[in-house]
Design a binder for this molecule. Structure first.
Ligand code: ZN
Length: 150
């Protein structure tokens, strides 16, 4: 039985409100004598909450002309994208490009290799040895990282 179920069952019976349920939980946690573990847990939750995800849409363009758009979470800190899986039919062609659109304005290119990060614009030596602006994948595990190809 989950903690929520137990609390609701006895809470209904005893007429406890949320505050009484919360103080019961706190008393229980104190009795467990594992304050450090609880503190770690709460700290982790706070960090997760502070990780600001931007809601955007994720679009993939295929060479057979299909365009698939799903909603997506974007972490501007790391450049990581978490698109929702499309429920629609999977296009049969080759993937041409992927990008995310924030607030129907900016189109940000997604790495065509790992498909998990938005490409960063950096200055450096391009693949053709010229120097200038190029796109780089911030994913350290991405094989495409740093070669300047988009
Ligand atoms: Zn990548």
């Amino acid at each position: 039985m989950s903690a929520e179920k137990i609390l609701n069952e006895y809470g209904d019976q005893q007429g406890w409100n949320d505050e009484s349920k919360l103080s019961l939980c706190q008393e229980y946690i104190d009795n467990q004598d594992s304050e450090a573990a609880f503190s770690d847990f709460v700290a982790q939750k706070a960090t997760e909450e502070n990780k600001e995800m931007i809601k955007c849409s994720f679009t993939s363009v295929w060479d057979d002309g299909s365009i698939v758009t799903t909603s997506c979470d974007y972490d501007p800190e790391t450049g990581e994208v978490h698109p929702e899986t499309s429920n629609g039919p999977i296009p049969t062609g080759c993937l041409e490009r992927e990008f995310i659109t924030i607030a129907d304005e900016d189109e940000l290119e997604v790495c065509g290799n790992c498909h998990e990060y938005v490409l960063k614009t950096v200055m450096g030596d391009r693949a053709d040895l010229s120097y200038g602006e190029m796109k780089e994948c911030p994913n350290p595990d991405c094989a495409d990282a740093g070669n300047g190809e988009t």
